[in-house]
Every structure is written in C-alpha cells, then in structure tokens.
Design a protein around this ligand. Structure first.
Ligand SMILES: [Zn+2]
Length: 131
C-alpha cells in the first residue's frame, strides 16, 4: 500500500503539487516508522524507503520555499541513510547559510569516518562528486 501512495506522491511532485505530495509522504513516512518499530527484521529495507520518502519531503518543502522544514527533513533522511551525498550536500549548504560552522565541521568529521566494508568514506565520495 505504501508503494502506491509513494507512486502517487511522485506524480504530485512531477505536477508541481507539492502540498499534496507532502500529505501523502507524511502518512507513508509515519507508517514506515511504525513498521520499523514493530518489526526490526525490516530494518535495512525500511530505512532505505524511509530515506527516499524523507528526502522527497525535504525537496517538496524546498520547492514550497520552506527552508526550515526542508532542513529538518534532510536531517531525518540523513539519519536513516548517512551515505547519501545529496542529503549531506543540502545539509552542509543550509548549515553554512545559517552560520552553523561547528555543525559543518562535526558533520564533515562524521563523513570522514570509514564504515566497515566501505572502500571510501562519504567525505571522499562527496568531495569527488560535489567539488
Ligand atoms: Zn538523501
């Protein structure tokens, strides 16, 4: 069911109907959070889906010129999937614009830590892709 709602949200985004997309994505996001709490075996899949929905919520708020809500949803998305360089880019840009230099440094340090099994850190990938 959540996949169908997610598909409808994508259509609303494409049509520029961001408020409708946000309504659907918030319902889906809540249900996936509940699923994550109730059934820990779904963690990897649910976290990735959550990330996708939360990033789309951030983008919808961004399109509606609500930078504060966009910032919060990018941070939520990044918490669920820390390896997304796109969310990291948005968060770092917004932190910089807000003058949160210590937060920028903290995030960059976290991004520079190597995850087990990863060949490159997120910071390395980020610098290659975004500089
Ligand atoms: Zn992301």
């Amino acid at each position: 069911m959540w996949e169908a709602r997610g598909g409808m949200a994508v259509v609303h985004v494409l049509k520029g109907e961001h408020r409708k997309a946000i309504e659907l994505d918030k319902v889906t996001e809540g249900k996936l959070q509940q699923k994550l709490t109730n059934d820990p075996t779904t963690v990897p899949i649910t976290e990735m889906n959550l990330h996708e929905i939360q990033e789309r919520l951030a983008e919808s708020y961004e399109a509606m010129k609500d930078g504060e809500s966009a910032f919060e949803w990018y941070r939520n998305a990044h918490r669920n999937y820390a390896n997304c360089d796109s969310c990291a880019h948005q968060i770092l840009s917004k932190m910089h614009a807000k003058g949160l230099q210590h937060d920028v440094i903290d995030l960059l340090k976290t991004m520079g830590e190597k995850s087990p099994g990863e060949e490159f850190t997120l910071l390395t990938r980020f610098l290659v892709l975004w500089s």
